[in-house]
Design a protein around this ligand. Structure first.
Ligand code: GLN
Length: 250
């Protein structure tokens, strides 16, 4: 199959190994005989909600977020429509913040988001930086762990009833207080975890590929053939151990 990926603002939101995340998806798809076709979608370009099986939006500093926020808000309707149609999405950090209702940055300015996630973000005085370990349950009774690195000033507060991506085992998460990290809406995942995210969490890479394939075929998410993943799991173990021994530090 061909899996069509729309990469939003790659030249602005790219500071946390976002290209590495895409490279992991490309490689893991190819090892199963699928071709990932990645198209950049940037400022001034229209977003066709029927043109992609997976949308990716990465992280950036407040300045870059401010540059793309008006354009992203203008693409809001297309993003909602893509989500309704079952397009898979991954939003990391700055992109995650702007898929919510909006983000008040360090200088106090308000950036409107697209309102896909039921959350709002306000920058605090102290950045939340460190290794993170999460426990996720994307499918009932299937608990899996994610390890990553977070570095954000924004405190993201989920509305009551919004589903977090996971519960913080070690680290700060959305706001350093709720115990929640990220947000999940159907096939859309938002998270502060980068550092990079997918190389050391291969199950999440495969989950996204499988959801994207479900969109491409119109069927259910297929089981993907397992891959050896020794190095990936070792990378996970190292990151998880760092989160355990160090945790998030202000
Ligand atoms: N600029 C945002 C913040 O500091 C997002 C940073 C990021 O993408 N890590 O909260």
């Amino acid at each position: 199959m061909r899996i069509r990926v729309g990469h939003l603002y790659p030249e602005y939101l790219n500071i946390y190994a976002d290209r590495g995340n895409i490279a992991v998806l490309t490689r893991r798809a190819a090892l199963r005989g699928h071709e990932l076709e990645v198209r950049p979608v940037s400022i001034g370009e229209s977003l066709d909600p029927t043109a992609h099986d997976l949308l990716y939006i990465g992280g950036g500093q407040d300045r870059e977020q401010g540059l793309i926020a008006p354009d992203l808000a203008a693409k809001g309707e297309a993003i909602h429509s893509a989500q309704d149609r079952g397009v898979a999405m991954l939003a990391v950090c700055g992109g995650y913040q702007l898929l919510g209702r909006g983000y008040r940055g360090r200088d106090g300015s308000w950036m409107s988001g697209v309102g896909l996630f039921a959350h709002e973000t306000v920058a605090g005085d102290v950045r939340m930086i460190g290794d993170v370990l999460l426990e996720c349950e994307l499918e009932p009774d299937r608990k899996r762990r994610l390890a990553g690195f977070e570095n954000h000033a924004g405190r993201t507060v989920l509305d009551a009833g919004a589903e977090p991506l996971g519960r913080v085992v070690h680290g700060f998460g959305n706001d350093g207080a709720s115990g929640f990290e990220g947000c999940r809406l159907g096939r859309t995942i938002g998270t502060y975890l980068h550092g990079p995210l997918l190389p050391r969490n291969p199950w999440l890479a495969d989950w996204l590929l499988s959801q994207a394939l479900a969109h491409a075929t119109g069927g259910g998410p297929p089981e993907l053939d397992p891959l050896p993943d020794e190095l990936e799991l070792e990378a996970f173990r190292v990151a998880a151990e760092r989160a355990r021994s160090r945790g998030g530090r202000r």
